[in-house]
Design a protein. Structure first.
Length: 400
């Protein structure tokens, strides 16, 4: 059984120059046997420190890490039965690519026929068959990265750790190999944790994603949950291309039910949440004049006439500030009451800078966040479970 459990793990680095740095704060999460999990975030968020603690290259300040029922955080790295592909490759220069990949199999005294078959299979998947008799020093960064990845994936292990596994690859090759690597992990049921700053890579490959910032787990969920039910403003703005449109607002009452006023230049823009549609719970939970942030994904807004049967929170006229056709979709920059937002459409939109377009904001795709705590309150009028919302810790906890 190769599940991974991380329980209340902290990592504090201490130095004479910087004092103490709380790199990972009270981290808890679990992945089941055969699942793929991505640690996603910007530089300095704690994702690499987490991976290195699992591997054993960094000590755990407090907390526990288990693979199955085995507590591993006090074991030496070699005793953890963990395979790792390093961002810095860490290949053996005196050995050919073939022998680098086969190193763990040779050490385990696998038969020559089995080694040859396994090396050939993984080399073909990663498009490095023609490199097998070459040496690492003669390879490009992207080629070395694929060799490091092959060496990790081929060995028997309880857990597979991949540190930025495709960061050096060209975009076209990266897109191809994402699918092949995921297919290999699923086919062999390899429990895997990989670090990336690329949300496209995380969404494409992972069963579950841990979004981190400032050493704190902001949200842990499926790609769909992060897209449709972001736990807070950080996740809402980090996940998505372009990010979620986020607008400062406040709660108001109106004749036909609850309303959300969007602030900007001049009079607020009013979004109506009709009673009996989605707003009954919001009426119970939200006090008038409460400061909120209202969000909507760029691809969820509707342009033109309101579709029949759609529950719209309102229609508005927006001014076009840019229009980019990307080959498969349009990214349109808009100004609405002094707020800059984006609209994404599947087809080209005949609109030029300065033109006006009419938008509809479907009620079921509106998100409401508390402006003070930044936590999500409602998604489409449905309350977000308080158990699923995680409040980021502040720097005051550092000295605790």
């Amino acid at each position: 059984m190769s599940s991974l459990s991380i329980s209340n793990v902290n990592k504090i680095f201490r130095s004479s120059n910087r004092g103490q740095v709380h790199a990972v704060r009270d981290l808890s999460m679990r992945i089941d046997d055969g699942q793929i999990m991505a640690l996603l975030g910007s530089s300095g968020c704690g994702k690499s420190s987490t991976l290195r603690m699992i591997a054993g290259f960094e000590s755990v300040t407090s907390g526990e890490i288990r693979v199955g029922e085995k507590l591993i955080n006090r074991l030496e790295p070699a005793a953890r039965n963990v395979a790792m592909a390093f961002e810095a490759y860490a290949l053996y220069p005196p050995l050919t690519v073939e022998k680098n990949i086969a190193f763990a199999l040779l050490r385990n005294k696998e038969s020559a026929a089995v080694i040859k078959r396994k090396v050939a299979e993984i080399a073909q998947r990663l498009e490095i068959t023609d490199l097998l008799q070459r040496y690492p020093t003669g390879l490009s960064g992207g080629q070395q990265q694929r060799v490091s990845l092959a060496r990790a994936l081929i060995r028997p292990a309880d857990l597979y750790l991949l540190d930025e596994p495709m960061s050096q690859l060209e975009p076209q090759l990266r897109a191809t190999l994402r699918g092949r690597i995921k297919e290999y992990l699923v086919e062999h049921q390899l429990t895997t944790v990989f670090v990336t700053h690329d949300q496209t890579e995380a969404i494409a490959m992972a069963d579950r994603i841990a979004v981190m910032d400032g050493g704190v787990l902001q949200q842990y969920g499926t790609p769909r949950e992060l897209e449709d039910e972001p736990a807070n403003l950080f996740v809402a703005s980090f996940i998505g291309e372009p990010p979620m449109n986020l607008l400062a607002g406040s709660v108001a009452d109106s004749a036909d039910g609850l309303a959300l006023d969007i602030h900007g230049e001049g009079e607020p823009i009013r979004l109506h949440m009709p009673q009996g549609v989605h707003s009954d719970a919001m009426h119970r939970e939200l006090a008038t004049d409460r400061q909120v942030t209202v969000g909507i994904r760029a691809h969820r807004m509707l342009v033109g006439e309101q579709p029949a049967g759609a529950a719209s929170a309102g229609d508005f006229v927006a001014r076009v500030t840019s229009n980019q056709w990307l080959g498969d979709q349009s990214h349109i920059g808009l100004d609405i009451n002094g707020n800059r937002i984006f609209l994404v459409t599947e087809n080209p939109l005949d609109a030029h800078t300065g033109d006006q377009v009419r938008l509809h904001w479907p009620v079921e795709h509106l998100h409401v966040f508390d402006s003070k705590s930044t936590n999500a309150l409602f998604h489409g009028g449905v309350p977000r479970s308080s158990a699923a919302t995680r409040t980021p810790q502040t720097s005051e906890a550092l000295g605790a």
